[in-house]
Design a protein around this ligand. Structure first.
Ligand code: PMP
Ligand code: PLP
Length: 445
C-alpha cells in the first residue's frame, strides 16, 4: 500500500483557537529537554535536591496478567535513580520510557507506522487532555458536533468555552453519520462550519454503544468532505467484549480510508485498566496539536505525576506488551461477566417496564424506562422524564442511577437512564434493579 499523505502544519495553524495560537511554550520548560544532551552541565532548573525529600524507596506488589486464580504477585522496589525520577520534575510530554512503550503499543494495536505524522503525549488522565484539546481548537461561538447522548463530563468544558452544539443521535451502530451528512450538506454558508466531532467509539458513555466499522468509515469520509477533525475519546477501547470482530479505531483507519493522516486526535486512558487514581492518560496524534496542548500543560500542571508514571512503567516493563494485552483482555472478560449479571437481573425485574439492548463494551446499560408520557405545548406526546423520577422517587427508595437528560446537550426530556454494572456485587446488583423495578411499577400504576 502507498504511504498516506501527512496533513501539513498549516492545517492545524488554521484551526487552533485564538488562545492556543497566542500560547508560546513556557521558556522554562522548553529548555528542559536540552538537559539530556550528553556532557551538558545544566544550571537551568529550579529542581529541588532529592536529599531534602523524605522518601527512601517505594515497595510495591504487582499482579501478573492472567485469569483470577492463576495470578502471582511480584514484589518490586523503586529506589536510587528510578526513585529520583519518580520524585523529581519531568518533561511535560511524559517520561520517555513510558512514551516509547505507548508508541510501540500504538504501532501494534492501531497498526500505524512510525513517521506517519503522529506521536504520543502523556497527560493527567484523558479528562485533562480533553480539556486542553477543546481549549486548543475551539473559540467562543464555534460549533462542535457531539453525540446524542454524549459524555456529560466533556460537555461542561465546551459549554464554558461558549461553543454551540450540533447533536447527532446515536443508534446501535454508533453516531448516525447520514444524519450528520444531511446537517453539513445543508449548512448555512454564512456561518463557519463545525471544526470538530467529539465521539466515544467503544462502549460509549452513557449509551454503551460501539460504533460499527461501516459507521467509522462513513464518519471518516465525512470528515474529509466537510473538513473537520475527529476527537476520538476512547477510554473503553480495551474493554471490548462483543461477539463481532473488534472494529478498528478511527486512528488506525484514517490513512487506509482517506489516504491521508492527521484528522484524528485520539484519547486513551489507564483509568479503566490500570488504576483511575494514577490519573494517567495519553494522546496520540499530530505533533502540532500535541504541542499546543503541551504548551498549555507547561503553564498548568507542568506534567503528569512522575510517581504515577514510574508506577506505570514498573508494571508495564514487567508485563511487556503481550502481558498488558492479556491483562486488558481479562479486564474485558470481567466486565462481560458483570454485564451478564445485570442483564439477568434486568430480565427478571424490568421486562415490560423498560427497554434496553446489551452493550458490547465498557460498563453501562442505557435503559429506557416506560414512564408515563408527557404532553408538550404542541400537544404532542413525548417520553416521560427520568430526571424527576430519579430525584424525587428512586433516591428515596434507595436506588440511584444517572438520569439520561444529563447526557444530551439540547435540553431534551428523556426516559433514559444510565445504569453502571462496574462495581456492585451480584447480590447487590440484583437488589438495586429490584428496587428500581418496584419504584417504577408504583410510578406507572
Ligand atoms: N510558583 C513559583 C514561584 C515557583 O518557583 C514554582 C516552581 N518552580 C511554582 C509556582 C510551581 O510549583 P509546583 O511544582 O508546585 O507546581
Ligand atoms: N472520557 C470518557 C468517555 C469517560 O467515560 C471518562 C471517564 O469516565 C473519561 C473520558 C475520563 O477518563 P480519565 O480518568 O482518563 O480522565
Amino acid at each position: 500500500a502507498s504511504r498516506p499523505t501527512i496533513l501539513p502544519v498549516q492545517f492545524y495553524e488554521d484551526r487552533l483557537s485564538v488562545s492556543a495560537s497566542a500560547r508560546k511554550p513556557s521558556p522554562l520548560w522548553e529548555l528542559f529537554s536540552a538537559e539530556s544532551n550528553p556532557g551538558l552541565l545544566s544550571l537551568l532548573a529550579g529542581k529541588p535536591h532529592p536529599d531534602t525529600f523524605p522518601f527512601e524507596y517505594i515497595h510495591l506488589g504487582v499482579r501478573s496478567p492472567g485469569a483470577a486464580g492463576e495470578q502471582v504477585t511480584k514484589e518490586l522496589t523503586i529506589k536510587d535513580e528510578e526513585l529520583h525520577v519518580a520524585m523529581q520534575y519531568g518533561m511535560t510530554a511524559g517520561e520517555k520510557e513510558l512514551r516509547d512503550w505507548l508508541t510501540t503499543l500504538t504501532e501494534r494495536v492501531h497498526s500505524r507506522g512510525p513517521n506517519e505524522g503522529w506521536r504520543v503525549s502523556i497527560g493527567a488522565g484523558s479528562q485533562d487532555l480533553l480539556y486542553k484539546a477543546f481549549n486548543a481548537l475551539l473559540n467562543p461561538g464555534d460549533t462542535v458536533i457531539v453525540e446524542g447522548p454524549t459524555y456529560p463530563g466533556a460537555t461542561p468544558i465546551m459549554t464554558a468555552l461558549g461553543c454551540k452544539y450540533v447533536s447527532i443521535d446515536v443508534d446501535n451502530d454508533g453516531i448516525i453519520a447520514s444524519d450528520l451528512e444531511k446537517v453539513l450538506d445543508n449548512w448555512d454558508s454564512s456561518k463557519p462550519k463545525p471544526k470538530a466531532v467529539y465521539t466515544i467509539p467503544f462502549g460509549s458513555n452513557p449509551a454503551g454503544v460501539t460504533a460499527s466499522y461501516e459507521r467509522r468509515v462513513e464518519m471518516l469520509k465525512l470528515a474529509k468532505k466537510h473538513d473537520f477533525i475527529i476527537l476520538e475519546d476512547d477510554p473503553y477501547y480495551f474493554l471490548y467484549y462483543g461477539d463481532r470482530p473488534r472494529p478498528p479505531s478511527y486512528f488506525s483507519l484514517e490513512g487506509k480510508i482517506l489516504g491521508e493522516v492527521g484528522r484524528v486526535l485520539r484519547f486513551d486512558s489507564f483509568s479503566k485498566v490500570m488504576a483511575a487514581g494514577l490519573r494517567l492518560g495519553w494522546l496520540t496524534g499530530p505533533d502540532r496539536l500535541l504541542g499546543a496542548i503541551e504548551a498549555h500543560s507547561m503553564t498548568n500542571i507542568v506534567q503528569a505525576s512522575s510517581i504515577s508514571q514510574i508506577l506505570a512503567i514498573k508494571v508495564l516493563r514487567e508485563w511487556g506488551i503481550d502481558g498488558f494485552l492479556k491483562h486488558v483482555q481479562n479486564a474485558a472478560n470481567f466486565y462481560k461477566r458483570r454485564r451478564d449479571v445485570m442483564a439477568a437481573a434486568l430480565d427478571r425485574h424490568m421486562k415490560g417496564i423498560a427497554e434496553w439492548t446489551q452493550p458490547d463494551a465498557a460498563m453501562f446499560f442505557w435503559i429506557k424506562l416506560k414512564l408515563p408520557m408527557s404532553v408538550d405545548l404542541q400537544s404532542v406526546e413525548i417520553d416521560g422524564d427520568s430526571t424527576t423520577f430519579i430525584r424525587s422517587k428512586a433516591i428515596d427508595r434507595g436506588v440511584l442511577v444517572l438520569p439520561g437528560a444529563t447526557s444530551f446537550v439540547d435540553g431534551r426530556q428523556t426516559a433514559r437512564v444510565r445504569v453502571s454494572f462496574s462495581l456492585l456485587s451480584d447480590e447487590v446488583t440484583e437488589e438495586a434493579i429490584k428496587r428500581l423495578a418496584t419504584v417504577l411499577t408504583e410510578e406507572i400504576h
